[in-house]
Design a protein. Structure first.
Length: 473
């Protein structure tokens, strides 16, 4: 029975992956139609596993976004490498609870190995520890929480014992261009969004150093500074070298949100962008984005592993007595029971090797550069960012068109409706911009060319429609 079931899944998976390059990437049906495809009856006695799986497949089919297609450029998504998918299947089959050594020695020892590999690839302090979490949101939450505990400890306040009531005021500083998950992290750790001190950013989204310096001089009490490696729109990096020095002189804990940008350290050509980052106190990074493993997989890396280990010290009685020589990975994360994410990371890094990770990163960056060059040949297109990494931000200002925001939005809608590539919009400096994130492992020059053709055609159609409406008026 199990075999028959898994055979269905293998067949469906192969069909899916083989057809993905030719599929329309986005969705054609309305919400109501998508819901109608799902058999929503919950029965008393259930049905065969096979028919349940077939229901799942038929219900999902039309509602899937095909981000496994190499011309999907939305968010910062990335595909899923075959080796990672295979290891992910095994992770489910083995069903290991990665909580403590006793619940899965395998999870524990693979976490240890992956921890040392990641520190080596990202060239971060060897003494650091890594917590394997769902993604950069949780990584930012853990990093900022440890920052809070540490800066309050220095002010003779033990958060674990005393909580936050009547605790000294903490100054949380980040840039106006930080990711929304920093704000959520601050809210979840009980410091309140209103208490975030925002420093302005330059045209690439980098923190304004002078303003930070002035702010630090005014701050009384404990300070946390949150920096960014890889702005989600521009791919830009804060100036770590000088900012971290400045922040540490004021006794601050420095956290870096490097959800995708931290991977620049794996590339000889791009590592310089992160210069000085290794002096920070904690770093967040995702694997499900640029390393191209399936959702979900992120990491929180903390220089002071002793402080990290205190993140969650309580251990369930049934887990037995702690043995300090064995890794209890859940102590480093907010979860108790956990998926064993290290299996996928192990197999992926083993398959790619140091050079494979470097090639993955450099390919995305050179395709982004190719986009920059090609886009500039289209009349009216303006590149809005300095293309330093894998992100390209641009807008179209057609001559004689009064409302560029609507135009850019319509071009994106058109591209998504046609579906041979997927490009979304964002708001940049108060205007609608189009954004391309090259994060799929197999995006190549042919994809770029095809995408450029699609963009040109969408612009042409939009202009034609506009002119015909004008004529009617
Ligand atoms: C994507 C992203 C996050 C959030 O990551 P999740 O994996 O979605 O939790 C945080 N910061 C930056 C810069 C990002 O790009």
């Amino acid at each position: 029975m199990t075999k028959e079931l898994l055979d269905i899944v293998i067949k469906e998976s192969m069909q899916y992956l083989e057809s993905c390059p030719d599929k329309k990437i986005g969705i054609s049906e309305s919400y109501e139609e998508l819901c109608r495809n799902i058999d929503q009856k919950l029965t008393d006695n259930g049905e065969s596993a096979e028919s349940a799986i077939r229901s799942l497949i038929s219900g999902a089919r039309k509602a899937l976004i095909h981000s496994q297609n190499s011309r999907y450029y939305g968010f910062v998504i990335g595909g899923a490498l075959p080796v990672a998918v295979a290891a992910d299947w095994l992770t489910s089959v083995w069903d290991q609870n990665g909580q403590v050594y006793e619940s899965s020695p395998a999870a524990s020892i693979f976490e240890e190995t992956v921890e040392s590999w990641i520190l080596e690839i990202l060239d971060l302090p060897k003494e650091s520890s890594i917590g394997f979490v769902t993604g950069a949101q949780m990584a930012n939450f853990v990093g900022l929480s440890l920052a809070r505990n540490s800066v309050l400890q220095k002010a003779s306040w033990d958060v674990d014992e005393q909580g936050l009531q009547n605790a000294p005021h903490i100054n949380v500083i980040c840039s106006e261009c930080c990711h929304g998950t920093i704000h959520s992290g601050v809210r979840m750790m009980g410091l309140g969004k209103k208490n975030i001190k925002m420093v302005s950013a330059d045209c690439e989204g980098r923190m304004n150093k002078m303003e930070l310096q002035l702010l630090l001089e005014k701050c009384k009490g404990p300070v946390i500074v949150s920096l960014q490696a890889g702005n989600v729109n521009t791919g830009a990096f804060d100036d770590f070298e000088s900012i971290i020095k400045m922040a540490h002189e004021h006794g601050a804990w420095v956290h870096v949100d490097g959800a995708f940008g931290l991977w620049a350290r794996a590339s000889g050509k791009h590592k310089h962008l992160t210069s000085g980052i290794e002096k920070a106190d904690s770093w967040s990074v995702d694997a499900h984005k640029w390393l191209n493993v399936p959702y979900d997989s992120g990491m929180i890396i903390v220089r002071n592993s002793e402080e990290h280990l205190k993140f969650k010290t309580s251990r369930c009685a049934y887990a037995g007595d702690p043995d300090d020589s064995k890794r209890d990975g859940s102590a480093l994360t907010p979860e108790n029971s956990r998926r064993s994410r290290a299996f996928v990371l192990y197999a992926t890094l083993k398959a790619l090797g140091r050079n494979g990770v470097e090639a993955l990163v450099e390919n995305s960056c050179s395709m982004a550069k190719l986009f920059e060059v090609q886009l500039q040949t289209i009349p009216g297109v303006k590149i809005l960012n300095d293309v330093v990494l894998n992100q390209v931000l641009f807008c179209i200002n057609p001559e004689g068109y009064a409302d560029p925001d609507t135009f850019n939005k319509s071009v994106s809608d058109r591209l998504q409706a046609k579906g041979d590539c997927w490009i979304g919009t964002t708001s940049w400096e108060g205007k609608v911009a189009l954004r391309i994130s090259v994060s799929h492992y197999s995006t190549d020059a042919r994809d770029v060319e095809q995408t450029i053709r699609s963009i040109k055609s969408a612009i042409k159609k939009e202009l034609q429609q506009h002119h015909s409406i004008l004529k009617e008026v």
